[in-house]
Design a binder for this molecule. Structure first.
Ligand SMILES: Cc1ncc(C[n+]2csc(CCOP(=O)(O)OP(=O)(O)O)c2C)c(N)n1
Ligand SMILES: [Mg+2]
Length: 630
């Protein structure tokens, strides 16, 4: 969280609001429409707080507001309707935050939610937390209890609403007067997007929504994106050293600069690996793209190409150029990406720089500006085409693809890797895929090839189960002609399944692919190795056909691998929402992420901790009458 930036943003917002106050003092009587026309882009004229807030949302290009109205915001929702601002009623505020997140990740612009104070806020916290940790821009419009002379004690929803939001938001703007409303909303959009994006809340006491004022509120001044020239020059010196082999690790910060990223890779003849949220920043079928991560937890081609092959000491990379990325636990497989000899780390948030790997230079810069400048300095860093590198990448990718195409059927269901292969084969390349917190997320990150930016989404760093269903619905709402699908587990589905009713009500044709194994397989994988038994991991057997019928969506069931492709295709081609239950047999499917993380984690245990674990495992292994699982 960039606190200094937030403070500066807040000050700017207050300055704007102050201008409005001065304008109010100077104005007399209702303003004429002709005056408003002279101020395009301003919230201008006499109106209510709710109207000014709605105008500000419209001026910021809001495509949809997700949420649930309450007594505190009925004035606002009525104004959305009056001003034709699109909105979507959800079933739970967790979903509203996830939908705004799905909107933000798929469009690159802030997603908007609107919730009541108290339970509306507490319900939305998990989704806002996901957006905060995953750098997703969101603007939360939140009502608050009434303030002022007439305010009563013990009002409904009178929790510490501003304080509740602070830990999950980049910044919170508490509005105190009606005049501050549009300035605060517009500042929130700016703050959500600048530097490292994230969620921002505007908290409005409900009585201000029905007050009127004369508004003269201009758009806030945009901040210049960061660029540290001195550090850039130092980075250039490192990248110009032709004795070193460069690898690029690209994150979400590169997502809208795919052309520049690919050009930089070609200029440096550098293989490109991405973080999970960076998937799609470079088309993964590009000759220099190697997939996700570069450690033993991630895509095998990335590991082989970055670490180098055994017996070929000069084949790995020696200089890492990390752009628009932080080295988070999940994406690095518990910090399993190795430390190269040289590291240049570029990011828009200085708090992310140099925190995990040792760096030669940290460049506080916007990824797009950095890439643009790097390309302008082409002559200093250009390398001749490395045909050997390209051939090695092609070979390792072909090997990985062979594995994907030859998945053996599971004994009592479908292998999840086959599902990933089938989804890739049958979804168009511009389809949006929302994955979830099931063990299959790591298989998908490893094997699902993404060729377009902003088409693959995962709740990475908060790992909030149930995220994919609402996030996909939120995205489908503003991408009507695009195929949208979820890849989720039965446990995740149980957390947010009610939202499928929203897809049915609104005819949003999302395809909900559910891997059903009646269990938290993820937890089982972790528990079995450490405890030789499982606890609290078995789920109910659900009648999915009845569930789909109850929601009013179409239903498809896949029980055998042989029918997988046809049924996946059938669901994708169906014009409405479909619930697809895939009877899943995780069987002995190995997951590189789990294995690598387990190894790293156990490597960090103290000798005493290891001894205790081993003694317990030994004792349980010898026990002839083990306790039942779960
Ligand atoms: C809200 C929340 N609660 C608990 C967890 C811990 N957790 C991570 S994955 C998981 C199980 C997911 O189950 P399911 O969707 O069935 O996928 P599977 O494990 O079977 O692949 C749990 C409980 C979490 N990440 N988020
Ligand atoms: Mg499961």
């Amino acid at each position: 969280m960039d606190v200094s930036l937030s403070r500066r943003g807040l000050l700017q917002g207050m300055a704007v609001a102050g201008g409005v106050l001065a304008a109010k003092a100077a104005s007399a009587g209702p303003l004429q429409p002709i005056q408003a026309a002279r101020h395009p882009g301003w919230v201008f004229g006499r109106m209510s707080g709710a109207q000014a807030l709605t105008e500000a949302l419209i001026l910021e290009g809001t495509g949809c507001v997700y949420g649930i109205p309450g007594a505190q915001e009925n004035e606002l929702w009525d104004t959305f309707k009056q001003k034709k601002l699109p909105y979507l009623l959800v079933t739970h505020e967790y979903s509203a935050a996830c939908m705004a997140d799905g909107y933000a990740r798929s469009t690159g612009r802030p997603g908007v939610l609107c919730v009541v104070p108290g339970p509306g806020i507490t319900n939305s916290l998990t989704g806002l937390g996901e957006a905060l940790l995953d750098s997703s821009p969101i603007v939360a419009i939140v009502g608050d209890v009434g303030i002022g002379k007439k305010a009563k004690p013990f009002q409904v929803h009178a929790l510490a609403n501003v304080d509740l939001l602070k830990p999950v938001c980049k910044c919170v703007y508490p509005v105190q007067t009606v005049e501050q409303i549009p300035g605060a909303v517009r500042q929130a959009f700016l703050t959500a997007m600048c530097g490292e994006p994230g969620p921002v809340a505007v908290v409005v006491p409900y009585n201000l929504l029905i007050e009127t004022a004369d508004f003269r509120s201009p758009p806030p001044a945009a901040e210049l994106p960061p660029f540290d020239e001195e550090a850039f020059q130092k980075a250039l010196g490192i990248l110009a050293d032709k004795s070193q082999r460069i690898g690029i690790y690209a994150g979400l910060g590169c997502m809208d600069f795919g052309t520049e990223l690919a050009a930089a890779a070609e200029l440096l003849q550098a293989p490109v690996a991405t973080s999970v949220s960076g998937k799609g920043a470079i088309p993964e079928n590009h000759a220099l793209a190697v997939g996700w991560g570069y450690g033993p937890h991630a895509s095998e081609p990335a590991e082989i190409v970055f670490a180098g092959e055994r017996g070929h000491p000069k084949s790995g990379i020696t200089t890492l150029l990390a752009i628009g990325v932080k080295f988070s636990e999940v994406s690095t497989g518990y910090y399993g990406d190795f430390q190269p000899k040289h590291v240049v780390h570029v990011d828009a948030n200085p708090c992310n720089l140099g925190r995990v790997l040792e760096t030669d230079v940290c460049v506080h810069a916007d990824a797009g500006i950095f890439l643009g400048r790097l390309l302008n300095c082409g002559d200093a860093v250009r390398r001749p085409v490395n045909a050997k590198l390209v051939a090695r990448i092609q070979q390792t990718k072909a090997d990985a693809n062979r594995e994907l195409c030859n998945v053996q059927p599971g004994q009592c269901g479908v292998d999840p890797l086959a599902v990933i292969g089938s989804l890739r084969k049958n979804l168009p390349c511009d389809a949006l895929l929302f994955t979830d917190v099931t063990v299959s997320e790591h298989l998908a990150a490893e094997h699902f090839q993404v060729c377009k930016p902003r088409t693959y989404f995962n709740p990475v760093d908060n790992q909030a189960m149930g995220w994919s269903i609402p996030a996909a619905i939120g995205a489908q709402r503003v991408h009507p002609g695009v195929a949208v699908a979820t890849l989720t587990g039965d446990g995740c589905m149980l957390m947010s399944a009610m939202e499928i009713s929203t897809a049915a009500r609104e005819s949003l044709p999302v395809k909900f692919f559910i891997l059903d194994d009646h269990a938290y397989h993820y937890m089982q994988m972790l528990q079995k190795a450490a405890y030789l038994r499982t606890t609290a991991t078995q789920l109910a057997r659900i009648d999915y056909a009845a569930l789909a019928q109850a929601f009013g969506v179409a239903y498809q069931e896949v029980c055998h691998q042989g029918e997988l492709d046809a049924k996946v295709r059938g669901a994708i081609d169906y014009p409405g929402p479909v619930l697809v239950r895939i009877a899943t047999d995780y069987g002995k499917r190995k997951i590189r992420w789990i294995e690598a993380v387990r190894k790293r984690y156990s490597g960090e245990l103290t000798a005493a901790q290891k001894a205790r674990f081993m003694a317990r495992l030994g004792g349980r292994a010898l026990n002839m009458h083990p306790e039942a699982n779960d």
